[in-house]
Write a protein that binds this ligand. Structure first.
Ligand code: FES
Length: 193
């Protein structure tokens, strides 16, 4: 097609440009449902903002739910099956013995204090996992590796490098003299001195 009249051609282009006149630039069937390009953009922005708000809310609710569940789970003690500590009833006061609880790999120490009271802890030192032993003269649990020490009655770390108490094994006396392990609680809390 030859361009006889440049002004006329420019006019045609401007009339068909959808930037100038949306209705003129659209197909016949689209004229039945005209829309304003500016309003269309506004609706799109509004929808986008709504989408962002909904997405943010959903993410926040989801994260809060996970955090809440994690906090509840952290407070729950794992349930361990009770187990009789064989030989504990004949342990002389002022002595100790080793046993395993709740699994074979979980070494533990049972101490019978001079007053006859029983105490039990996981045997792994909370510093670098050396096995602790009962130091009768001091009435403490001690670690041979770096001279860490733990209180017999609470399991709390009282000197040396251990950063937290020993795991505590909960005990129960059954049938008059049998000593049973009924639970194990991870040591926690800050150093006492
Ligand atoms: S491993 Fe027990 S004090 Fe270091």
């Amino acid at each position: 097609m030859s361009i006889d009249n440049p002004d006329q051609m420019r006019g045609n282009v401007e009339r068909l440009s959808d930037e100038q006149d949306v209705r003129a630039a659209t197909a016949e069937h689209q004229r039945e449902f005209p829309y304003d390009r500016g309003e269309e953009a506004q609706v799109t922005r509004r929808e986008f903002c709504n989408f962002l708000a909904l997405t943010s809310t959903a993410l926040f609710v989801g994260a809060a739910g996970f955090a809440g569940k994690a906090a509840i789970d952290a407070r729950k003690l794992p349930a361990y099956a009770p187990a009789k500590i064989e030989g504990a009833e004949v342990l002389p006061p002022g002595s100790s013995m080793n046993f395993r609880y709740p699994a074979e790999k979980d070494t533990a120490i049972l101490v019978r204090a001079a007053d006859g009271q029983y105490y039990a802890y996981g045997q792994k030192c909370t510093h670098l996992s050396c096995p602790v032993y009962y130091e009768r003269a001091k009435g403490q649990l001690q670690c041979p590796c770096h001279e860490g020490a733990f209180d017999l009655q609470t399991g709390n770390n009282i000197s040396g490098p251990p950063p937290r108490p020993l795991d505590r094994i909960e005990l129960e006396i059954r049938n008059g003299s049998e000593v049973w392990a009924i639970g194990r609680k991870a040591g926690s809390g800050e150093r006492l001195i």
